[in-house]
Design a protein around this ligand. Structure first.
Ligand SMILES: CC(C)(COP(=O)(O)OP(=O)(O)OC[C@H]1O[C@@H](n2cnc3c(N)ncnc32)[C@H](O)[C@@H]1OP(=O)(O)O)[C@@H](O)C(=O)NCCC(=O)NCCS
Length: 213
């Protein structure tokens, strides 16, 4: 059963400059497999996995069934999985998960970008679009991002977006063979009356609109 008391339409693709965000589709399987395989060492220290092992190593699970499962979770209103694009090419993933209804109306965002595309403000731009989508289309009230304190690159993402530090969760998520502490960062609707992307843009965070610029 959906945690929200209303149906969620599949969000339309969004774009800001060269960065795009669209719902994951079965046609993304081959590209994602390629990226996950190439980026195994890059992702492993930060990717959630299952205690006891299994198909948890990035890129090791069959991608098409996984995408179908992600689409089922979307239809059930539990989570929405996106691909992040640069100039139309898939370069990473972003998920809105743990969608809660009731008096919470909240969700968590997670993300990764391929190493070859890192350092171009792709993730903060995609997160800003995802937060706006969550507030406007899903009618959520709070978005959280949890990050290992050792993950300097990801901490920069939330810092650049001005998300609020809300404390440390001890031994919170199973990653890379152990239960890892995570720092929690949040934004609520009240924090961004102008919208997250508009605020990010006003801080000069966007990529130029084309390679030529
Ligand atoms: C964290 C991550 C998503 C950031 O994505 P991004 O699109 O590169 O984000 P940004 O462009 O804002 O870069 C953030 C920081 O990464 C660092 N960075 C930039 N290029 C880098 C590179 N090639 N290698 C390592 N770190 C780099 C910089 O410190 C940068 O901060 P700066 O802009 O102040 O210089 C990406 O590094 C990644 O996918 N890492 C592996 C998976 C992961 O950590 N996921 C998040 C789990 S919470």
């Amino acid at each position: 059963m959906s945690p929200l008391p209303y149906a969620i339409d599949s969000p339309a693709p969004r774009a800001a400059g060269r960065v795009g965000l669209r719902v994951i589709a079965p046609r993304d399987a081959n590209r994602l497999r390629e990226l996950l395989t190439q980026n195994r060492a890059w992702l492993e220290p930060w990717e959630a996995s299952y205690p006891g092992g299994g198909n948890a190593v990035p890129g090791s699970a069959p991608l098409r069934p996984m995408i179908r499962q992600l689409r089922r979770q979307q239809r059930a209103g539990q989570s929405i999985s996106f691909v992040m694009t640069l100039d139309g090419a898939v370069v990473g993933q972003l998920s809105v998960s743990d969608i809660s209804g009731g008096a919470l109306r909240s969700a968590s965002i997670g993300y990764w970008v391929s190493r070859h595309a890192a350092g171009q403000n792709i993730t903060p731009t995609a997160v800003a679009m995802a937060v706006d989508l969550c507030f406007a289309e899903l009618r959520l009230h709070r978005i959280e991002i949890c990050i290992r304190p050792e993950n300097a690159a990801s901490l920069r993402v939330v810092e650049k977006l001005g998300m609020r530090f809300e404390g440390r969760r001890s031994h919170y998520i199973y990653i890379d063979g152990g239960w890892r502490d995570h720092d929690s960062f949040a934004v609520t609707v009240e924090d961004v009356p102008e919208g997250m992307l508009a605020r990010w843009e006003s801080r000069g965070g966007m990529l130029p609109t084309s390679r030529a610029q």
